[in-house]
Design a binder for this molecule. Sequence first.
Ligand code: MLC
Ligand code: AMP
Length: 480
Amino acid sequence: MRPVADPPDRSSDNPGDHAGAIEIDGRSLSRADLDAAAAALAERIAGAPAVAVRATASLETVVAVLAGLVGGVPVVPLPPDAGPRERDHILGDSGATLLLDPDPDPEHGAARWDGVAAEIVRIDVDARSSARFAVPPADAIALILYTSGTTGAPKGVLVPHTAIAADVDALADAWAWTSEDVLVHGLPLFHVHGLVLGVLGALRTGSRLVHTGRPTPTRYAQAAAEAGGTLFFGVPTVWGRIVEDPDSARALAGARLLVSGSAPLPVPVFERLAELTGHRPVERYGMTETLITVSTRADGERVPGTVGVPVAGVATRLVDDHGRPVPHDGTSVGELQVSGRTLSDGYLNRPDADSASFTADGWFRTGDVATITPDGTHRIVGRASTDLIKSGGYRIGAGEVEGALLAHPGVREAAVIGAPHADLGQEVVAYVVADAGVEAAELTDFVAGTLSVHKRPRRVVLMTELPRNAMGKVQKTLLG
Ligand code: MLC
Ligand code: AMP
């Protein structure tokens, strides 16, 4: 197997060439310098069981992730604003002994790592080494990606080198993605969308990457005009904001392909985007546990509200509540299950979650509810559990936020839901019974400070009691 991050034809690599170069928020590295910086860091981390990376949207993060890949050390991306509760869980559970930080200097960084057992290592994008490393075995773990379930702390998903290579190759096929493309996005670098597709996809296809920093309409428009962006990635919130800014949207007319994913793209946003840019967006569907498994194709039909067909190497099926097959007739609804080369190796330290999520014959239960037409077109109609929230494309477990709220000394009870939201798809809303004097804003800040900022409740509703059924279980359907 060609190493995950290698471009299709390394022999044609030319440091003066733009192919494979990376620009993030105005700073850039050629592919040759990126490789040399990663090799230098790989020498430093060689032999570690796993390395955590404080994954800011920066060149440093790209160098650190590449160092782990070439050095054969599993990389654990840490949300850069992870508070102590989330951070300590990820570091402890993953067993990372080194923590690579773009900005560990005492003035800015020291307080951040109070009480952390891992050794802090600075990421130096100016270091260079020509060291070569043995290609890691194909089934070696490349990334451990932490993602929320309905309850408890996030689980570490074990993503092998093979799954990433298979997924990027399948998407390159579906989207006609080549080294001629200039990829543009401004997504975070600690999840599948921004990191696996948005960075490793660019490195493996050899396309140049322009990361915009924050994914604002103006910055996407600028990247189209000034950097010649051809391929644009966004979550639906990003596309929704772009169509609210028609001048920026029109600037994307010269692109080749606009791609949406991570959450459902509202049909009106699809249609407005087509109107303003002349491009019907490509929609694709995936999960941390499976990478991207279903997509519309560059050369195929793009129907609003549908996510296309399985990518190369992936199979899908629908089952009912008893595990029986549901027909692919375009109307029958069932739970979507997937199998194939892009699947992860399961959850770290969680055999219980593995057996709940994988069937005996090796298919992954997505928890998403879908229909499939006879010609294979998928429509995602919802999620089986309301306790997994998608807000701005981020997956947030209601149980994790409830746990964080209950750790506040003034909170007695908490129930968290995802309420429909025009901009974010869903917004996190917390219903809380608290001691007198506890204020809503204080609870938002408390969660933002202990977990990651994007998991904070955007609204906190203080109540005297939560609605419960005769068994004492909170009735979330009565909230909201
Ligand atoms: C606000 N802020 C606070 C705060 N309230 N900070 C501390 N305490 C509080 N109480 C700050 C934040 O730090 C941030 O500062 C700023 O306010 C705004 O943050 P935000 O609320 O997160 O921004 P928002 O505008 O809501 O972001 C929208 C968004 C974002 C679309 C840009 O949601 C996003 O990047 N989503 C992408 C998620 C994603 O990539 N998902 C893919 C998962 S993989 P500062 O300093 O940062 O400005 C997957 C697989 C697949 O799903 O299929 O792809
Ligand atoms: P994550 O693990 O963060 O990647 O989130 C995966 C979940 O995002 C899936 O289980 C779906 O619920 C949702 N998702 C991803 N892409 C799409 C899409 N194109 N349409 C609808 N839902 C999506």
